[in-house]
Design a protein around this ligand. Structure first.
Ligand code: SF4
Length: 97
């Protein structure tokens, strides 16, 4: 087994840190902004990040995207934004199934 001397170790660590940092920047650039209740379309559709409608919330709406369990998810009605999984708006339609 090849031993890793201190200088090699520092090189590896440095490259890894740079890789992780660039990866983090790329991920942040892709991250979408959370939908604000003050957004004009959100207001028009009475969006709220905390549903008060029994049994209806973004996570069980047919327009929500992304994976179950994520706290903020994309929605087809609000392109480029993330809605709260516990939110609601007047476009809500029960997800089939
Ligand atoms: S359409 Fe409305 S209720 Fe359905 S996921 Fe989007 S914001 Fe939530």
């Amino acid at each position: 087994m090849k031993s890793v001397n201190r200088r090699d170790f520092m090189k590896i660590t440095g490259s890894t840190l740079i890789g992780l940092t660039l990866g983090g920047v790329a991920l942040r650039a892709q991250a979408q902004e959370q939908l604000s209740a003050d957004d004009a379309t959100a207001k028009a559709l009475n969006y709220t990040p905390a549903s008060t409608v029994d049994g209806a919330k973004c996570s069980n709406c047919m327009y929500v995207q992304g994976a179950d369990g994520e706290p903020h998810r994309p929605c087809n009605i609000f392109p480029g934004k993330l809605v709260n999984a516990n939110g609601w708006c007047s476009a809500w339609v029960k997800k089939p199934g």
